[in-house]
Design a protein. Structure first.
Lengths: 348, 342
């Protein structure tokens, strides 16, 4: 068994591209870590566009208090930026004693509603001070405010990018195994493998091991760069990496088993990659963390791994059971399925 | 010459059919369309939910925008997500409860939004004078909606990724296979034209990319907006497809172990296109993005989908130059390979 493994190591040692592939997530993690001054939290702030010296200074200061204000020289420039689909800017113009707003009409409901409310909020501001700004002079003495501080979480979007990099690192085992199996198939080595005196378990282990170890190495180094885990987080992180990477390596074997040639393999890898990376991000951003639907999405292995990583990155309380249990089940079930398929094929 | 070209074209088409290339493209199309129609088209974010407990006289009795809770615990529980706002109106004083979102401006807006539901006698009298002045926001695009915008945005992104990552590998893998089969060696001793060899492959892949683009846009953007944007989108698809296919062809001829290279490329594509998508689709600004060639290609593609950007002469000149340089490079590489093999 070790001899087979040794031969495979020898095989990839000469393959610089392969080593580079495993190193890529590490490089991306480093780049992410070094990304200077990219404040991504500000992304969710409302954006307002105003025209130079048109609004009363009080209104402009107020707008700066509730969002990010960009000042334009002419209305045309402002309209162009409002129309720009990548931002959700709300244009604010003077309208008698109040203001009126300009939007492009395809913004998120949040921003459309803010734009609709802005004149009303401005009018409230003119007659009563918000308790948020100044409790003393508020016109509503019977109003109090209690804001609980946010948990000490790091930049969410940066964490999101770090988690994506980590998931990609874990995924490397899948691509590696799939490619190596397809290569064996194209070269005809798989026929030789079928008559070699090794058991199915040995074959499975030997095939899965290299991609698995590579994935673990790649993911661990990336995790060390991106997360900088504390000692108490180590076991959870390690378990998460171990299980997810194993699952990815196993997925690679499935892809290798079912695809006849290189192109089919590439397309399958791409599909699996999108299918496994996109939904967790989408669910994470759209579903509230305590809803039952969110817990249900943990059944998807990549979601469980992704949520676990995000909890680690944003320093949330950990839910080991919630994330580890589905992963363990998946690992066991799919290994059995793979062995079964292989055995069936051999007997056929 | 023409006859020769068509013969090659037929051979390449058969090779593509045998490699199930079209079947795989169809699979991708189905996959993308399902994802867009079932998930992405409907994504939206609603305004901060307001939860209320109690019946203070300043509160409106029933209103769609606010949700009443049955106990103080429920209220506290509901507004702990850093997004919702709670109004505790059970006592003498009204207390606004919420968890900070970590961004001051958003917290201020959330408080003011919640405050706007409270009605104070003094304020209403004063405010009434202005009430008639409230105007609905002016909409610059009348017939556009969030869903249509989402559809355009994601279709553009998928098409770009498909062309940049898979388009590159499609032609390259076909070429790699031929190389392994020894076609280049055979071709080296045949009295054929190398240009015909390159163009037959290029034509097939560009045409199949164009068809893919038409179908993807038609299914996911809807036929009416599709017809409006299609000419511009097809031009950009043609340019991108040509550049990526030629680059793929060049790599498959030059790189010896293409299999591992394709793996590297697939991962590289994700890391290269992620910042492009990030800058192109959100308000993130990165200074070095201007030197990223993919960024310009993506922005042109996006401009075509939103029929907004009119690309200048410089862009087309650079693209044409790039295509010509790539063509020459592929020609030289092929000749060298033939000399080596022959």
């Amino acid at each position: 068994m070790m001899t087979g493994f040794w031969y495979q190591i020898k095989n990839i040692r000469r393959d610089k591209l392969c080593i580079l592939t495993f190193l890529l997530p590490v490089i991306a993690g480093l780049g992410l870590h070094l990304l200077p001054g990219m404040n991504l939290t500000a992304l969710s702030e409302p954006l307002f566009g105003v025209i130079c010296e048109e609004l009363p200074s009080g209104t402009e200061t107020w707008l700066r208090g509730i969002g990010k204000v960009t000042v334009y020289k002419t209305e045309n420039e402002m309209r162009q930026d409002i129309l720009e689909p990548s931002t959700q800017m709300i244009g604010v113009r003077k309208d008698g004693q109040n203001i009126r707003t300009i939007i492009s009409g395809d913004e998120l409901s949040l921003n459309r509603k803010i734009a609709g409310l802005l004149p009303k909020l401005e009018q409230n501001r003119q007659f009563t001070n918000s308790i948020y700004d100044d409790t003393q002079s508020s016109a509503n003495p019977d109003l109090t405010l209690s804001i609980l501080p946010a948990e000490d979480n790091r930049d969410t979007l940066l964490s999101l990018l770090a988690a994506i990099t980590m998931v990609t690192a874990m995924f490397m085992g899948c691509t590696f195994n799939a490619m190596s199996l397809i290569k064996e198939k194209e070269d005809g080595i798989n026929f030789i493998n079928e008559i070699l005196p090794i058991t199915q378990h040995q074959y499975l282990l030997q095939k899965i091991l290299l991609g698995f170890l590579g994935g673990i190495l790649s993911a661990t180094i990336t995790a060390w760069i991106c997360i900088k885990p504390q000692v108490s987080q180590m076991p959870f992180l390690l378990l998460l990496i171990l299980l997810s990477t194993f699952l990815a390596a196993l997925t690679g074997l499935f892809i290798g088993h079912f695809s006849r040639e290189l192109m089919a393999g590439i397309v399958m890898i791409k599909a699996v990659m999108i299918l496994f990376i996109a939904p967790p991000i989408l669910f994470y951003l759209t579903l509230p963390a305590d809803s039952s639907l969110y817990t249900l999405t943990c059944l998807l292995p990549s979601s469980a791994a992704f949520y676990g990583l995000m909890d680690l990155l944003t320093a949330q309380a950990l839910h080991p059971l919630r994330y580890i249990f589905p992963l363990v089940c998946h690992c066991a079930a799919w290994s059995l399925v793979f062995v079964f398929i292989k055995r069936k094929k051999l007997s056929a | 010459m023409t006859h020769h070209f068509f013969l090659l074209l037929r051979k390449d088409l058969r090779l593509m059919l045998a490699g199930k290339f079209f079947l795989l493209a169809l699979g991708s199309l189905l996959f993308y369309s399902l994802y867009i129609n079932l998930f992405y088209a409907k994504t939206d974010q609603d305004i901060y939910p307001v939860y209320v407990y109690g019946t203070h006289h300043t509160l409106p009795k029933n209103m769609d925008a606010i949700h009443f809770t049955n106990s103080l615990e429920e209220l506290n529980d509901k507004c702990m997500d850093g997004y919702s706002v709670g109004i505790d109106a059970s006592g003498e004083n009204i207390n606004i409860v919420m968890k900070s979102s970590d961004i001051n401006t958003i917290d201020a807006l959330r408080v003011q939004y919640a405050e706007s539901f409270l009605q104070y006698p003094g304020r209403i009298d004063e405010a009434d004078k202005f009430l008639s002045n409230f105007r609905e926001p002016e909409k610059l695009i009348k017939n556009n909606s969030l869903e249509l915008k989402n559809r355009r945005e994601i279709t553009c992104e998928f098409l770009f990724f498909e062309l940049a990552a898979v388009g590159f590998l499609g032609l390259a893998s076909l070429m790699f296979k031929e190389k392994e089969m020894g076609v280049i060696r055979v071709y080296g001793i045949l009295p054929g034209n190398v240009w015909a060899f390159i163009f037959s492959k290029l034509t097939l892949f560009v045409v199949s990319d164009l068809v893919f683009c038409i179908l993807l846009t038609l299914i996911n953007v809807g036929w009416k907006p599709c017809i409006a944007v299609l000419p511009a989108v097809l031009v950009q698809t043609g340019i991108l497809s040509m550049i990526m296919s030629l680059a793929g062809l060049l790599c498959s001829v030059c790189v010896s172990d293409f299999r591992q290279f394709s793996l590297l490329y697939l991962v590289l594509a994700i890391f290269v296109t992620t910042p492009v998508f990030l800058v192109g689709q959100t308000s993130v600004k990165l200074d070095w993005m201007l030197y990223h060639p993919m960024y310009h290609l993506f922005m042109q593609m996006k401009g075509a989908y939103f029929s907004s950007v009119t690309s200048g002469f410089v862009y087309y000149a650079v693209c044409t130059a790039a295509i010509i340089v790539l063509l020459c490079a592929v020609y030289r590489a092929m000749q060298r390979e033939m000399a080596k093999e022959g």
